[in-house]
Design a protein around this ligand. Sequence first.
Ligand code: MG
Length: 273
Amino acid sequence: MVKLIITVAPTGNVPTKEMNPNVPITRTDIAAQIYECWKEGAAVCHIHTRDKDGLPTSDVDVNRAVMEELDKYKDCDIIRQLSTGGRAGKTYHERGQMICVAPDMASLATGSSNFPTRANLNDPETVSYLAGEMKKYGVKPEIEVFDSAMIDAAVRLCEKGEISAPMHFNFVLGMRGSLPARAKTLFYLYESLPPSSTWGVSVIGKEHVDLSVMAMALGGHVRVGLEDNVYYSKGVLATNVALVKRMVNIAKAIGRDVATPAEAREILNLRKK
Ligand code: MG
């Protein structure tokens, strides 16, 4: 079976220090935690940035500063993915402004759904704009699937040449207002993918271990991190490193090798470093 790509999503837009003091907010903390997770086996980092007040921002300088902080870890070849999520900007220009920093990848939700208390708005114009920016800077989209319709939307964008094949999908399960964290949901999404695709899951809530294992068994990849789960288990606060370590241990136990960033680059068809 293809080696397992573990992505770490250390910060997100929602977690605060009050929710879990281990959430990295500053650029130095974000980079330091990514480095520790890379040492444990994470091949990709999914980055959200915060402003000086700790609020989500897509500011290009803030994003560049995090990249520069990561550059200081000279031996760290982790694949860098920036978020274009809807909570960190009002307009699509705002949300896509940091794509010019040219990370390896950026997230791209190809349709709309709901977050727990607000809409997750990605209208066709926004999606095309963000996809266009990614194409311009050689950034591979990770299609964030909050609803099954987003798979078909991505296929249509691919047919129009706005996204290149093979595509990489991340199934976001357990976000209230979007797809539920259930095995049958995962199977349905998996079976709906274009054959050349690669895919993974990020699961929010107590099902995150079970469904991550299921994805592993199906040949998919996994994302973990405080963005998706501030708890490691009931009543126990998580750390990013502990969440990565658990996935590495499970992969070992079921005989699935973990991909290095260089191997993940090949699996995901990314440009060479
Ligand atoms: Mg995100």
